[in-house]
Structure formats: C-alpha cells, structure tokens
Design a protein around this ligand. Structure first.
Ligand code: ADP
Length: 483
C-alpha cells in the first residue's frame, strides 16, 4: 500500500468515525429533547447513546494516536535508509543494498539505488583489477630488466625497485617500498652515493662520471649510472611537471674487462715492438757508419726512409705505452724540482731535426724571474716535446713557432707553445683531447694519441692543458701548474 492510499484510508476512517460520533451525539440530543431528561424511559436510550459515543470517541482517539505514531515513521524510515545508503556509496562501499519493498514509492527508489550500486561495484572491480593487472605487468617488465633500476617519487620515496637493484644494494623489498630513499641511504653507502649523484644532477653540478665500482655476489662489477628526470604535462595539460626520477645502472663490467684486456694487449705488444725497432735503428746507425763501407745515394735515401719510419714506429709505441700506463691506473709520477727552461730546452733539442727539415724557426720567450716547478720532468718534457712537434708539423714550411714560460699574477706557472699554422676549428677544441681523435681532413700523419696522453699527464700533476686556436691564424697550447 502506498503512502497516499494509507493517508486517504486513515483520514477516511477518521472522518467516518467523526461523522458517526456527530450522528450519535445528534441522536442523543434528540432523545434528550424529545423526552423528559429525568424520565426513566429515556435512561436506557441515553446510556446506549453514551456508550456508543464514548466507544467511538475512544476508537477515534486510538486511531488518531496510531496514525500519529505510524505515519511519520512510514515516511521517515525509508528516507533514513536511503540517506544511509547514499553515504555508504560516497564512502566507496559499493556492496550496500536497500530493501524498501514494503513501501511502493520507495521500493522503486531502492530498486534503482540497488541497480546503480551494482553497476558502480562492477565498474570499480573492473577498473581496480585492470589497474592491478597493469601494475603487475609493469612490475614484471621492470623485474625482467637485468640492470638495476630504481624509481623515485618527487619527494624521493622509492616507488619501485627491481630485484637486481635490491641485490646490488643489498636491500629487502619490504624495507624499501614507499620509504624515503634519503632515510635508507643513511645506512646504505651505495644508495647514498647514488642519491648524491642525483642531487648533483638536479643542481646541474654535472661532472665527468666515473663508473661505479660495486661488490655484489662476491665479485667486483662496474656500473654506469644514468639519472632520468620523469616529466608529465601538469594540470593545464601543457607545462611539464616533475613526477620524480629513475636511477638506472648499466652493468659495464664486461666492457671494462674487455677494455682492460685491450690495454694489457696494447701494452705487451708495444713493449715487445720496442726492442726490434731499436735494433733496426741501431743497424741503420751502423749502416751509416762509413767505416763499414759507403752507401750510394739511392741506398742512403732508402736507409733514411727506413730510419724515419722506424722513428715514427718508436714514437707510436712509446705513445701507446704511455696511454696504457694512464688507462691501467699504473701511471707513477716521480716529481722533482725542475726549472721550466730545462723542459723547454729538452723539447727544442728533441724537435731540432724536424724543425730544420721544415725550415721552422723556434723562438723562446722566457722571463728573467720565474719560480721552479715540482713535476715529473720526464713526463712534462714529453708533453712539451709533443706540443712543439705538433706545432711544427701543423705549420706551413718556413713559419715560426714560439715556446715559452710565464708566471701569472696568481702564482701559476704556464708553459706554452704557439704556432701560426692552419689553426683548429672551434668545433674540435674539446675532441682533440680524446684518444685517437684527429681533426677530419688532417693530412699530416699521426696517431691521434699525443694530446690525450698529454692532458692525462698534466692532469695527473693537478695542472691543466688548454687550447686557444682560430682557423687560419694558428694555435696556442698552454699547460698551467700551481707553484
Ligand atoms: P696526432 O698529431 O698524432 O694526430 P694529437 O693528439 O697530437 O695526435 O693531435 C690530435 C689532432 O689535433 C691532430 O690530428 C690534429 O688534427 C690536431 N692538432 C693538434 N695540434 C695541432 C696544431 N698545433 N695545429 C693544428 N692542428 C693540431
């Protein structure tokens, strides 16, 4: 029965009762006016009328009280239940259902409510399971990557970490998940180094990154660290916002081992080549000795070509040997107090023949007063010789080259070599210090090793080797040392 029927029915009963009550009262009044009030004949009629009036009156009051109690409840209860249901849905309890079938209007509402809740529950279950499946899939991908990988939120909490990273960092998954990396790094040296690297990267303090040496699984491994900044469009859908970082470690142990095998190989070969080349040069010296017998012009020319090439070979082997010393970390400096002029004189002497051959005039610029250097004179003389040799080789015949020393106002000593040759394109000013790099189109023969070894030697002394050069105008290479 719906509320409207209930109301109509109840009011109808009440009205009928009241009408009956009024009718009885009227009957009663008529009896009273038609008869003598004190006459015994009127008494039974009066009593009956009174009983009827009282019972109907009592019934009316009873029905009224019942309606007063029942009716508000009949409306209030389903509304309360409906409000409660809506609140449960708002709290994501999609399992909530209403049962208001006893009430016609609310039965409909509860039916629709239940339908809506079911659809929400289905939708929630499907999206949640999809999200969970996607999350598991991503985790599986990350775990299947054989290199360590760590994902950090913008406030540097660990969002994901694969098994390899846990293994390398010696951590347990349950100890790190959603924990601030900085907190873990307090008790984990490796993570501390990684976090320091990340902060340097964020603050743009980028330095040449050395591979990270890590002891994991009882063996030494080398890793190249890469920091990736994760960016996503912000609320406006355009401006990228920082969503955290990913730290990737690439295992380069294999390359390191190959590199070290290569270094050992080059070192052994260069060492082994030095003896036969020296023997060739010695034999050539003997050939040139007139006491053994003279050479005709053609033979002398051939002997000279063999000598030049043997010299070159010896130079290359010594460059290779120097390079392997630096690469294997076996470079040992024997510093001693050295006058800069001694180094300059050594370099000029070593290049005299070449300078004469190309008719290059070597000028020396040397101040009257200059402090001494504390360097491995053999190594720095080798660098200066190499710079002077380059200046001569890359200059046109008949030009001049300046070699000199200078003490700066802030107490540094500079050794420099300046030429007026073809110069170096600014694009290559950095690369000429790389192993085996030669400016494209360079015709003069060379190995591309001299400058890289020179820079390593100078830097091993805490000094710097720089270039200033302009195409067509010439180049100046400057070494600078602290006194
Ligand atoms: P190499 O001279 O044996 O090729 P280096 O490492 O000494 O190797 O030099 C690397 C390259 O830099 C050279 O190949 C050459 O192209 C360029 N270079 C070096 N010095 C000079 C110079 N003084 N003038 C012009 N180019 C130079």
């Amino acid at each position: 029965m719906n509320i409207k029927t209930k109301l109509t029915f109840s009011i109808g009963i009440l009205v009928a009762m009241i009408v009956l009550l009024v009718a009885l009262s009227v009957v009663n009044l008529q009896i009273l006016t038609a008869t003598e009030p004190d006459s015994p004949a009127a008494m039974p009629g009066l009593n009956r009328a009174l009983i009827w009036i009282s019972s109907i009156g009592a019934l009316c009051i009873g029905i009224g009280i019942a309606m007063w109690l029942k009716l508000p409840n009949a409306i209030d209860k389903p509304i309360k239940e409906l409000t409660n249901g809506i609140q449960e849905i708002a709290n994501h309890n999609y399992e909530k259902r209403l049962n208001l079938d006893g009430n016609q209007e609310f039965a409909n509402v509860s039916h629709n409510f239940n339908r809506m809740a079911k659809r929400l529950a289905d939708y929630h279950a499907s999206t949640l399971s999809e999200i969970m499946a996607a999350k598991k899939y991503l985790e599986a991908i990350i775990n299947s990557i054989s290199d360590p990988i760590i994902g950090l939120s913008p406030d540097k909490a660990i969002l994901f970490i694969n098994d390899e990273a846990l293994n390398v960092l010696n951590l347990k998954r349950e100890d790190v998940f959603c924990t601030p990396a900085q907190e873990i790094s307090l008790r984990n040296d490796l993570l501390r180094r990684l976090m320091r690297g990340l902060l340097d990267e964020i603050n743009l303090k980028k330095e040449e990154k050395e591979p990270l040496k890590i002891y994991a699984d009882n063996k030494e491994s080398y890793f190249q660290v890469k920091y990736v900044n994760i960016k996503q469009p912000g609320r406006d859908g355009v401006t990228p916002e920082n969503r955290g970082h990913v730290i990737m470690l690439k295992n380069i142990t294999e390359f390191k081992e190959l590199d070290s095998a290569k270094t050992t190989f080059i070192s052994t070969i260069s060492h082994e080549l030095k003896t036969p080349i020296s023997a060739i040069l010695m034999s050539l010296q003997l050939l040139e000795d007139k006491r053994i017998g003279g050479l005709n012009n053609e033979q002398a020319e051939l002997a000279n070509t063999i000598k030049e090439n043997s010299d070159r070979l010896l130079n290359i082997t010594s460059e290779l040997l120097n390079m392997t010393q630096v690469e294997s970390g076996k470079l040992q400096l024997k510093p001693k107090i050295t006058k800069p002029i001694e180094l300059i004189e050594y370099a000029i002497k070593a290049n005299r023949v070449q300078a004469e051959k190309f008719n290059i005039q070597i000028e020396v610029q040397y101040p009257e007063k200059i402090e001494k250097l504390f360097v491995d004179s053999e190594k720095i003389a080798w660098v200066l010789t190499n710079l002077l040799s380059n200046a001569i080789r890359y200059s046109p015949e008949g030009s001049r080259v300046i070699i000199g020393a200078h003490q700066t106002a802030d107490n540094h000593i500079q050794l420099y070599v300046q030429d007026f040759g073809k110069g170096i394109d600014p694009r290559y000013h950095k690369s000429i210090f790389d192993h085996y790099f030669r400016v494209p189109g360079t015709k003069v023969q060379g190995s591309g090793l001299g400058l890289s070894i020179s820079r390593d030697f100078v830097e091993a002394h805490g000094g710097t080797l720089t270039v200033e050069s302009e195409l067509g105008k010439g180049s100046t290479f400057t070494m600078q040392f602290n006194i």
